[in-house]
Design a protein around this ligand. Structure first.
Ligand code: ASP
Length: 579
């Protein structure tokens, strides 16, 4: 009679299983001698650990793969381990089969996280055996599965878009793939499925989604890898409202799948308000310390430093005593590194503002400042005076430095940021898009789209939006341009002439000439959402095989040189590195 390899998983056995005959398979996590001939073996699989009592276990070492058959028995009360879900029982081994021997692992496979990252990644298959990584991988799968289900419930159709494509502009550098059949020509790997999903709308697919792999050749950070997954969606005959409804539903479902709690609040805030109040387009709204407008108060000031287009401040309650002079000096240096001229700080005392610059303020200004900042004795005030953009940016960073709770603290504050500017900045007299060039301008700002508009173009609002949570940007989207005339107008503004537009996006403009429905969409990083839900600061912890900070894979040694035959076939010659 054929027998299954295992009857149970290690971590699932309980007192109710007493006297059952079980077969367990897994890795030897730990062994402790128990007298001369007996050993306790902690057997591990992805569900957890169970103690097995093994006679003659001399051959069993750490990470050996074994199959243990035996009887479950309740441990004597004084040896039960309350910290372990299986702690009330043990398995008296009757038969032990070694399925694979193992060399000693290069690092302990426990909860510890202080192991060198390169070592962990070089042996990622061992790292993945650790309980926290098992949890992260399985949470990730739960997130993806909940997202799929939520999207399908709402009528979205899963469609795969190609990996070898012409470039899609998302503002990053493309990864390129040389073509063997067309020497000297290259495919780009998708920075996003943007153009294809819009073509799907012209193709009548109505609601598209995909958990899409996107590739961007950018510097890596804690929340950024070269390749990442996003829940990518597009919907026809729909605008911002429909997108918010569908994406909020999907995010709520994924959050509930992981945490058991369903978020119900998805408030909105226009971009301008987010910048004014929090100094960030991805505000962490778990705490206050909002930016206070001081420009009118100092409009006629004699104090040179405050003679700036924008003066704002933040108040750190109780900060006068808590924040040392040394820390203030460090923060002042930070502000300079972040692009500011400096930082004005003031300690609020009973009868004066204690600050190196207090003497430059009139009594009225000092009193006005106290009132505007709602300052109380013992508070610390930070004031920045600069161009508006710099002032809010610096105070936004200072606010985070002074008040940001850790990832796991407080509520999950989802927030839609709306009405982003259409353009981020000017490159000479040419604007650079904030999102991507397919974003519909705000209907009320269409007449501002003047190629000679100069800096005024930066005031043009768009119909694009981000979803943020606790200071992290989860994703972005927009209502798209579906009219070829407006799309051409935007290309012209961006300095993409008719010929270049035709060469790069001719197919899209063509498609729009054959009846394009109004459409809108969104995409958000599922790696980021998963990391946030499991409380990891770095998305590498929720990706099975990530790259290091320098973009390398210590496991497979990618990237690596190509052998000359292969290079030849591709018609490529490698130049010495530029000096
Ligand atoms: N393609 C955009 C991105 O990857 C998202 C979108 O507009 O739908 O950021």
């Amino acid at each position: 009679m054929s027998q299954k390899m295992r009857s149970d998983y290690c971590g699932t056995l309980r007192a109710a299983d007493a006297d059952r005959e079980v077969s367990l398979c897994g890795w030897v996590a730990r062994r402790r001698e128990h007298g001369e001939h007996l050993a306790f073996i902690d057997l591990r699989d992805h569900t957890g650990i169970v103690q097995c009592v093994v006679e003659g276990a001399a051959d069993l070492r750490s990470e050996y793969v074994v199959r243990i058959t035996g009887k479950v028995r309740v441990r004597p009360a004084d040896t039960a381990n309350a910290d372990l879900p299986t702690g009330e029982i043990e398995v008296g081994a009757e038969n032990v089969e070694i399925l694979s021997a193992a060399e000693p692992p290069p690092f302990p496979l426990d909860e510890r996280t202080d192991v060198d990252e390169t070592l962990r990644l070089r042996h990622r298959y061992l790292d993945l055996r650790r309980a926290p990584m098992q949890h992260n991988m399985r949470t990730r799968a739960k997130v993806n599965s909940a997202l799929r289900q939520a999207m399908e419930e709402q009528g979205f159709v899963e469609i795969e878009t190609p990996m070898l494509i012409a470039s899609t502009p998302e503002g990053a550098r493309d990864f390129v793939v040389p073509s063997r059949l067309h020497p000297g020509n290259f495919y780009a790997l998708p920075q996003s499925p943007q153009i294809f999903k819009q073509l799907c709308m012209v193709g009548g697919l109505d609601r598209y989604y995909q958990i899409a792999r996107c590739l961007r050749d950018e510097d890596l950070r804690a929340d950024r890898q070269f390749e990442f997954l996003q829940l990518d969606a597009e919907m026809s005959f729909a605008g911002q409202e429909e997108v918010f409804e569908c994406i909020s539903h999907a995010v709520a479902a994924a959050t509930e799948a992981v945490t058991g709690e369903r978020p119900t609040e998805f408030p909105r805030m226009p971009w301008r308000e987010a910048m004014e109040r929090f100094g960030s387009d991805k505000p962490d709204t778990r705490f206050g310390m909002e930016l206070v407008e001081l420009t009118p108060l100092f409009s006629a000031t004699e104090f040179k430093v405050f003679q700036a287009p924008s003066v704002k401040g933040i108040r750190i309650p109780g900060g006068a005593a808590d924040v040392t002079r040394k820390r203030l000096d460090e923060l002042t240096e930070d502000v300079k590194r972040w692009g500011g001229k400096g930082l004005v700080w003031m300690r609020v005392e009973e009868d004066e503002l204690n600050s190196p610059v207090a003497k430059f303020l009139t009594d009225d200004e000092a009193a006005g400042l106290r009132t505007a900042m709602e300052a109380e004795v013992g508070d610390l005030l930070f004031i920045v005076a600069d161009e508006w953009k710099t002032t809010v940016h610096l105070l936004g960073l200072l606010r985070l430095a002074m008040g940001r709770p850790s990832l796991s603290e407080g509520p999950r504050n989802f927030l839609w940021i709306t009405e982003f500017p259409l353009f981020e900045e000017m490159d000479g007299d040419r604007p650079i898009p904030m999102h991507h060039p397919f974003t519909m301008p705000h209907v009320d700002d269409l007449e501002l789209l003047d190629p000679a508009g100069g800096e005024a173009l930066l005031d043009v609002r768009s119909q694009s939006y981000d979803l943020v949570m606790n200071g992290w940007e989860l994703g972005s989207g927009s209502v798209r341009i579906h009219r070829p005339d407006i799309q051409s107008q935007i290309f012209t503004l961006l300095g993409i002439g008719p010929e270049e537009a035709e060469a790069k996006f001719g197919f899209l403009l063509d498609a729009f000439r054959y009846g394009a429905p109004p459409h809108a969409g969104f995409a958000f990083g599922t790696d980021r959402l998963t990391a946030l839900l499991v409380g990891e600061e770095n998305i590498r912890e929720v990706i099975a095989f990530p790259k290091t900070q320098s973009g390398a894979d210590p496991l497979t040694k990618a990237p690596s040189p190509l052998d000359p035959v292969h290079l030849n076939e591709l018609g490529l010659r490698v130049l010495p590195p530029a000096t």
